[in-house]
Design a binder for this molecule. Structure first.
Ligand SMILES: Cc1ncc(COP(=O)(O)O)c(C=O)c1O
Length: 384
């Protein structure tokens, strides 16, 4: 594709960091991962022993649910618009994801959506900061605490987002970031779990390495004899030092990378503003509070959209070498749930159905040229 949807901004520094790890001979989870966890903690201003680096954002969601005690038969309220991983992680725990409709335009969840699906089996809610846009966490956490529910924030696309100055990932008991290549902070792939305390983070560290009682190899004396025991049913969810080394450089460059994306984001705003009667543009502040949206892609909604119109625009763009795609998915429409034995009817979620058929994700990455942003906008202005 001439203009891809996303493209990580990796350069000399990332290359050198990778070469250093390769030459060190220690590739698996080691000192780089530990340092990365410390730097993430410093960035969001929390204690370093609450941060657990993992192989993916989905692994972070899964471990958050286990550490929160979610098990067979429990219900977990999840939004109906976003990405399948949120609900899949619930199913990994033999629990039931209960879908809730979203705001028609913002695609975030509000209290009434969760309230309408509350039952005596509900144990947790998983608000998603869809596209890096903050869900109204002030109201959602107040409500969840009142109902005795655990809050697991799916902040997969939202590293760097904040509401009233408080970062995404720190509002709930657990917060989960993804570091996949399209995300605002990337390590190629990977995830971060923010646990409520050291005890829960240590539980996740144990589960990350197959449930072993030894999980930190950075301070072991290898000349000494030691033997691990496997004390829990764990997983292979480790991050490698290669990923962490790249993540460390990207974290150091986070402000510079974000500033460039903000410029392009503003250019989209400017060029598309004349079509605001036809295209819903990403709002500046959401939830009537000062907020920062983490920049993944630039997401628009075609106001009188629908699948045929939206897909027509996407197809035409791709023919011209511009990779556009849907912005998110109406999750209840996936056939997966039937195969898992759940009876889900997507007609119950009119806003998510509309959103799933009418959003478009536009390219947003450091190497994107202003002339390319204009080309994308010209196509939208012609077809929306
Ligand atoms: C909302 C949401 N949740 C979870 C994930 C899963 O993250 P990962 O791909 O790192 O497993 C993603 C990734 O796109 C996401 O957008």
């Amino acid at each position: 594709m001439r203009i891809p949807l996303f493209k990580p901004d990796f350069g000399k520094e990332e290359e050198e960091a990778l070469i250093k790890v390769i030459r060190s001979g220690w590739i698996a989870q080691g000192m780089q991962v530990k340092l990365f966890e410390e730097k993430i903690a410093e960035h969001i201003r929390i204690e370093p022993d609450r941060v657990v680096a993992l192989s993916s954002g989905t692994a972070a969601l899964h471990l958050a649910l286990i550490c929160a005690g979610i098990s067979a038969g429990d219900e977990v309220l999840v939004p109906s618009m976003g990405f399948v991983a949120t609900a899949e992680a619930v199913v990994y725990c033999n629990a039931v994801p209960v879908f809730t409709d979203v705001d028609k335009w913002l695609h975030t969840s509000d209290v009434s959506a969760f309230e309408s699906k509350l039952s005596n089996k509900t144990k947790a809610i998983m608000p998603v900061h869809v596209y890096g846009r903050m869900a109204p966490m002030d109201k959602l956490t107040d409500w969840a605490r009142d109902k005795g529910l655990i809050v697991i924030e799916d902040a997969a696309p939202a590293f760097g987002a904040a509401l009233s100055g408080k970062p995404a990932g720190l509002w709930g008991e657990y917060g989960c970031y993804s570091l996949q290549s399209s995300k605002p902070l990337t390590a190629g792939d990977g995830g971060i779990l923010i646990a409520p305390n050291k005890e829960k983070a240590d539980e996740a560290r144990c589960l990350r390495f197959q449930g072993a009682n030894v999980w930190d190899f950075t301070n072991i004396d290898f000349s000494d004899f030691w033997e691990e025991d496997f004390i829990k049913l764990g997983y292979s969810y480790r991050m490698t030092d290669l990923q962490a080394a790249v993540g460390l450089v990207q974290l150091k460059r986070y402000t510079e990378i974000t500033a460039k994306k903000v410029e392009l984001f503003n250019q989209y705003n400017e060029l598309l503003s004349s079509a605001s009667d036809k295209i819903f543009l990403p709002p500046e502040d959401v939830n009537n509070l000062p907020s920062t949206t983490a920049l993944q892609q630039y997401i628009i909604v075609i106001k009188d959209g629908g699948k045929e119109k939206r897909d027509g625009i996407v197809k035409k763009a791709r023919k011209k070498g511009i990779f556009l795609m849907n912005g998110g998915y109406c999750l209840p429409s996936h056939s997966l749930w039937k195969s898992c034995g759940f009876n889900v009817n997507d007609k119950e979620f009119p806003s998510a159905l509309f959103a799933g058929d009418s959003t478009i994700s536009l390219p947003l990455y450091v190497g994107l040229k202003q002339s390319e942003v204009k080309e994308v906008c010209d196509l939208l202005l012609e077809m929306a």
